[in-house]
Design a protein around this ligand. Sequence first.
Ligand code: MG
Length: 313
Amino acid sequence: MRRRNFLKNASLLTAGSVLAANNHISAATTSVFKSNAKKSFGLQTWSLGNELAPDVPGGLKKVAQMGYSYLELAGYNDGKIGAVPMAEFKKMADDVGLAIVSTHVNPPMRGYDKDNFEQAKEFWKKAADQHAAIEVPYIIQPGQPTTRSIEEVAFVGEVFNEAGKIAKAAGLQFAFHNHDGEFRRVVAGGTEMLPLTRGRAPEGAKMVFDAMVEYTDPSLVQFELDVYWAVMGLQDPVALMRKYPDRIRLLHIKDAAVLGETGLMNFQKIFETAYENKIDKFFVEYEANIPGLSRFEAVKLCAEYLTNASFVR
Ligand code: MG
């Protein structure tokens, strides 16, 4: 029962940690009338690159102090996150008040086919069980499997539905995270994705992302929209959220540099639309390599941007 309920309770748990954090802040302030409502956003730990590994407890403490409330893990490898056993990682996060809400898990195969279907199912079963043991609500495939034709996307849909069932049986929700390639198109019987273009689609062509949504079961598979990669895929993330309000349930908040510094991303509209859609999982992701700026410094600046942005709750 406990495992089956923790998805439902995940939002309550997150709210609980935010309340706990607020109480901590309130105790440190002189006026109880001062508003200290902490904003709610998380960090994809991939953003820290190689800088987290040397001191995970110390690094997570810094992340919490920056204003992040929750994490999405990267680096799952058979019971470990990087070099740290998952139960230990969970304890380190708990100790600094960071909830682990999600995890990015890369399957060992680049593409799915009938020959590796069973191996894929075994992989997702083990990964789901190991994340259920530390009560992580979301398990996410972060990379695009090979999709050269509509038929291959349809098969990926079958595998995702299976992964979704396996995750659900363990008490988790399965989702897929995009890059820009998912906004290329495929045709029936095709041998390659068509080049990314704003132009009119050829007859019968489907955008891979649309086809993934179409070929997956809404009760089993959700989507985590990386808003930056959507823009790189010549898409408007706001339009995608409006098109798929029930399927896009988590966001990667990302820019080509520190959040808000390029002018490329309309974060105000993105957050407004997300709140309209009752999305409440926002993971900052930083992948730029800016000389003289460490990953920790960059994710701190990202947190400051969101903390100071009037449109972020
Ligand atoms: Mg991303």
